[in-house]
Design a protein around this ligand. Structure first.
Ligand SMILES: Nc1ncnc2c1ncn2[C@@H]1O[C@H](COP(=O)(O)OP(=O)(O)OP(=O)(O)O)[C@@H](O)[C@H]1O
Length: 240
C-alpha cells in the first residue's frame, strides 16, 4: 500500500478563545477522492483551513508526503502542491475569467495543454473567457474556482462544499469533472451532500462537534444502513 498523501495526528485548533477542533487524526490515501462529511458547524472548514495554515493548530502534527507542514506559512504549503478551493470560491468578480485564471498561475503564463484540459472539463469557461466573473452563474463560478486550483499541477486539492446551492444537473456534471481531476491529483472533499459524496468518495471521515466520529471506506458506509443512520443523523443532507 502506498503512503498516505496527508496525515493529521492529534490536531487541535482554537479560534480565539474557542476550542474548535479536538484531537483530529485523519489519513488521506494517495490518489482518488476522499470525503470529510459533517453537519453545519461541525468543523469541516476549520480542518481544511488548519491544513492550509490559515488557522494554526494548537497541537498535533500535519504531514504532507511525510513532511511536517503544521508550522509552515500558507504560501509555502501551497508551493508544496496543495490547493484550496474555499466555500466562498475566492474568485475576483471584477476581473475576467482569463484574469482570474492568470492570477492562479505561478508566473502569469498558461500551459496550453492544461488550459485545453480545463476547457474540456468546463466548456463554459472557454465561452466566457473574456467576460467578467460576475457574469457567471453559481455553477460556472464554482467551475472557475476549481479550474484555478488545477491550472498548475497539484498533488492534493482541498475543496470546501462545492455543491452548496447548485442545481442537481450541475452537480451531476461536477461528478464527472471530479473523477477526471482525481486521475491526476488527490481530492479531499468537504461535503454535506451524501449522494454527491458517495458517488465519488473512496474513503470517508465524519466529523461532529470538532471530533472525528467515524473513518472508513465509502463502500462500507454505503453497505451498512445501520451505520449510515447513526452517522447521517449527524444532520447530513441525506435527501439530496
Ligand atoms: N472566525 C470564527 N470565530 C469564531 N468561531 C468560529 C469562526 N469560524 C468558525 N467558528 C466556529 O467553529 C465551528 C466550526 O466551524 P466550521 O466553519 O469549521 O464548520 P463547518 O463544518 O465547515 O460548517 P459549515 O458547513 O457551516 O461551513 C463552528 O462552531 C463555528 O461557529
Amino acid at each position: 500500500m502506498t503512503a498516505p498523501v496527508l496525515e493529521l495526528e492529534g490536531v487541535s485548533t482554537d479560534i480565539a478563545q474557542y476550542h474548535i477542533l479536538h484531537d483530529i487524526s485523519l489519513s488521506v490515501p494517495d490518489g482518488g477522492v476522499h470525503v470529510l462529511l459533517g453537519r453545519n458547524g461541525a468543523g469541516k472548514t476549520t480542518t481544511l483551513r488548519t491544513i492550509m495554515g490559515l488557522w494554526r493548530a494548537r497541537q498535533g502534527s500535519i504531514r504532507f508526503r511525510g513532511d511536517e507542514i503544521a508550522t509552515l506559512h500558507t504560501s509555502d504549503i501551497a508551493r508544496k502542491g496543495i490547493a484550496f478551493v474555499p466555500e466562498n470560491m475566492g474568485i475576483f468578480g471584477g476581473l475576467t475569467v482569463e484574469e482570474n485564471m492568470r492570477l492562479a498561475t505561478r508566473d502569469g503564463r498558461f500551459e496550453k495543454q492544461r488550459l485545453d484540459r480545463i476547457y474540456a472539463l468546463f466548456p463554459a469557461l472557454e465561452t466566457f473567457w473574456t467576460k467578467s466573473a460576475w457574469s457567471l452563474s453559481g455553477g460556472q463560478k464554482q467551475m472557475l474556482a476549481i479550474a484555478r486550483a488545477i491550472i498548475e499541477p497539484r498533488d492534493l486539492i482541498l475543496i470546501d462544499e462545492p455543491t452548496k446551492g447548485l442545481a442537481p444537473s450541475i452537480i451531476l456534471n461536477m461528478v464527472d469533472a471530479f473523477r477526471e481531476i482525481a486521475r491526476e491529483a488527490t481530492i479531499l472533499l468537504v461535503e454535506q451532500n451524501f449522494l454527491f459524496a458517495k458517488s465519488l468518495g473512496e474513503t470517508v471521515a465524519v466529523i461532529d462537534d470538532g471530533r472525528i466520529a467515524h473513518t472508513g471506506t465509502m463502500a462500507d458506509l454505503v453497505a451498512d444502513t445501520e451505520l449510515q443512520t447513526r452517522l447521517l443523523s449527524l444532520s447530513l443532507e441525506v435527501s439530496q
